[in-house]
Design a protein around this ligand. Structure first.
Ligand code: PLP
Length: 445
């Protein structure tokens, strides 16, 4: 792609610093400019149509152009376009959404705190844990254990929780007190001759050792995505979450489930916690919460977390945290309508129903000599391609470009090429997606 003078691409390069882009490369090549979306498809400024194979950023569950969400936003804009939730003020959409989320929770939960992004939600979690530790008279119990390759966002605290090099390099992160334990990717981290069972037992032992060496009284919580997304679509082996939870229970360490990608049907059940048998103390939600039509996220906590926080706010006089946009009425109204659509159209059931075809079509491609491994569950999956010599990500970028050329947007995370289509996808559309994906892979051989 060459950038034409005064084009939208040139103006984009002139005025924007883009997320997760090489700024110099972007200045030279420009970006893909999307103009419209309908169902699982988006169209660029030249009129070329693509299947959105990653639902935007793992988020547009109900597809593009959903009239009910447009109407919900419009109606709320007219009624009360903005109000906040500071200083004992509230409004009906935030109340109804909080009530709905508590009702949907797979384990007993007590309160919801609203934020605007997954990063802000995880940042809020860190602050809640610190506040709670002070409230409980255990100020040393503030460390948080995350995982290598976990993804939890990009604010100072949430980027520290993230366990990926680009989120730390040159940013002087992670913060002290945030630790990273092993990644449950068997294909990537198993030792020679180690069975899946042995691998799981080793990861649990490594966690136990880390807690022992840091001091159990210094660890507040463990955070993890039920299935890792941005770290490369990593589905933990059988028994992993049970083994991790047993260690945490032993030391009275809280468990935070980051459901930002998994939540609202992605893994074939409403929450990843249900798919993976996780009983969290805190759940973090965003993305498919509103199908990303509006930026909204939520931190849901049980009484173990809430009660000491409430006591502390009483002692100090206030809970000194919150965003201007926390529980935004338009965001909340859109999220409520989005959840209604997910339930009424049984999109969770659709993900579960189409999952065998999704996995079968991914698996069929593992015959290709360029493929190292296939991973997937529900309607999230990926092929990891073999690295080309020392060049990490070159094979993945080539596959991503070949898909784009053929009208399919995917996301390569290094050499892992991820798929996460909208949950409204039909069987015929899923086959259409895989026909393109397979053709793109064949073109690289
Ligand atoms: N947590 C998880 C599991 C994510 O996948 C993401 C984003 O991809 C985040 C948190 C951060 O969300 P945001 O980009 O909205 O800040």
């Amino acid at each position: 792609m060459t950038v034409q003078p005064n084009s939208i691409e040139a103006r984009d390069a002139a005025y924007q610093l883009h997320s997760y882009s090489n700024a110099r490369k972007m200045e030279a090549e420009g970006s893909l400019i999307l103009e419209e979306g309908e169902g699982i498809y988006v169209t660029d400024n030249t009129g070329k149509r693509y299947i959105e194979g990653l639902s935007g950023l793992w988020s547009v569950a109900v597809g593009f152009g959903e009239q009910r969400l447009i109407d919900a936003a419009n109606a709320q804009m007219q009624k009360l376009p903005y109000y906040h939730t500071f200083a004992q003020k509230s409004h009906t959409p935030s109340v109804e959404l909080a009530e709905k989320l508590i009702e949907m929770a797979p384990v007993p939960m007590s309160k919801v705190f609203f934020t605007n992004s997954g990063s802000e939600a995880n940042d809020t979690v860190v602050k809640l844990l610190w506040y709670r530790a002070n409230a409980m008279g255990t100020p040393e119990k503030k460390k948080i254990i995350s995982r290598i390759k976990g993804y939890h966002g990009v604010t100072v605290a949430s980027a520290s929780l993230t366990g990926l090099p680009y989120n730390h390099m040159s940013f002087d992160l992670p913060l002290p007190g945030i630790l990273h334990t092993g990644c449950p990717h068997y294909g990537g981290f198993a030792q020679d001759g180690e069975s899946e069972e042995q691998f799981v037992a080793r990861l649990a032992q490594e966690l136990d050792d880390m807690i022992q060496s840091e001091g159990p009284d210094t660890i507040a919580a463990f955070i993890g995505e039920p299935v890792m997304g941005a770290g490369g679509v990593i589905v933990p082996p059988e028994g992993y979450w049970a083994a991790i939870q047993a260690v945490l229970k032993k030391y009275d360490i809280l468990l935070i489930a980051d459901e930002v990608i998994c939540g609202f049907g992605r893994t074939g059940k409403m929450f990843g916690c249900e798919t993976m048998g996780i009983e969290p103390d805190i759940m973090v939600m965003s993305k498919q919460l509103s199908s990303s039509y509006m930026p909204i996220s939520a931190v849901m906590m049980n009484d173990r977390v809430y009660q000491p926080v409430a006591d502390e706010s009483d002692k100090i006089g206030t809970f000194g945290h919150g965003y201007t946009g926390s529980g935004h009425p338009v965001g909340a109204a859109v999220a409520l309508e989005n959840i209604k659509i997910i339930e009424e159209r049984d999109l969770v059931g659709n993900a579960a129903k189409l999952s065998p075809l999704f996995i079968e079509r991914l698996t069929a491609l593992t015959d290709n000599p360029l493929v190292k491994e296939m991973r997937g569950i529900g309607l999230i999956g990926a092929l990891e391609l073999k690295q080309q010599g020392d060049a990490v990500g070159v094979a993945g970028a080539a596959m991503s470009a070949a898909c784009m050329e053929r009208g399919l947007i995917v996301r390569n995370l290094g050499d892992t090429v991820a798929l996460c289509p909208p949950l409204i996808i039909t069987e015929a559309q899923l086959n259409e997606l895989f026909d393109i994906y397979a053709d793109a892979l064949a073109s690289l051989s």
